[in-house]
Design a protein around this ligand. Structure first.
Ligand code: ZN
Length: 268
């Protein structure tokens, strides 16, 4: 049977984003929450891995910040073959670092395969492999596990911080991680036939939350997809209500905000 990969997008967005896990206020952009990046990468990674023949399980599929114990139990119960946790760092440094358990040679190899691909294929600086023995998702999971901090939310100049909402960068992180996972399992990585154009396709998630007060083409697309609304490109109370109804019908958390999960249900 195909290998099963547990995918963990660190932290959460709803009903309130995880406190402290965000960028400083970036001029012209605002605040970016860590989970916006983590969940986007996990969504892309999910697609990449399935195309390469893996099965996946999302251990935190909703907007809420799922407790670590739940994430770990979900992966252990499903007997996943590997556990991949996606994060973005804070503390004022720069670059990507990848964690593994020093008592697990398979965990180290998994982390090494992914880290080498990510540092080769993205513009991020290389901070190296690190012991993750203190990290719950690495210590308490039964399978080889790794946690990747793809960059810093508060790097000097906020260069890496701004990349968090760049769909091309999010996708690149997912592609490189998928290549590393393929290498670890000895599975050949198959390229997406439309990979060159897919990040600019209008149906792919724009990379930041669309909510009350948002305006523009993406809002028009949402209004058209929901139906029964005037397509004016202005996200007002009527659009918000229609989003909530749609979320309730589709088993999503009902916050009236279009994030990646709602977007992907609207534009499958
Ligand atoms: Zn984090």
């Amino acid at each position: 049977m195909a290998y099963l990969i547990a995918l963990d997008d660190g932290h959460g967005l709803g009903p309130k984003p995880t406190l402290g896990k965000r960028t400083p206020n970036i001029s012209g952009v605002g605040v970016i929450y860590e989970n916006q990046f983590n969940r986007a990468v996990v969504n892309y990674l999910d697609t990449e891995l399935k195309r390469c023949g893996f099965r996946t399980i999302l251990v935190a599929p909703t907007d809420v910040d799922t407790p670590l114990s739940t994430r770990i139990a979900t992966a252990n119960r499903a007997k996943a073959d590997a556990y991949i946790s996606c994060h973005y760092n804070a503390g004022g440094g720069a670059g990507v670092e990848t964690f593994y358990h020093t008592g697990s040679s398979r965990g180290r190899r998994l982390a090494t395969c992914i880290h080498n691909q990510v540092t080769k294929g993205t513009p991020q600086k290389n901070r190296g492999l690190k012991s993750g023995n203190h990290l719950w998702v690495i210590r308490k999971t039964n399978m080889p596990a790794t946690l990747i901090e793809f960059g810093f939310m508060d790097d000097p100049g906020l260069v890496e911080a701004k990349r968090m909402i760049d769909p091309a960068f999010q996708k690149e992180c997912a592609v490189e991680t998928a290549k590393g996972i393929c290498e670890y399992f000895g599975v050949s990585y198959s390229t997406s036939s439309s990979s060159a154009s897919s990040t600019s396709m209008p149906s792919s998630y724009p990379g930041s939350l669309i909510r009350k007060g948002s305006r523009g083409e993406y809002v028009k697309m949402i209004q058209r997809a929901l139906g029964g609304l005037s397509v004016d490109g202005i996200f007002g109370p009527k659009t918000q209500n229609a989003v909530k109804v749609f979320q309730r019908k589709n088993g999503l958390s009902v916050d009236g905000i279009v994030g990646p999960l709602t977007w992907n249900k609207l534009f499958p």
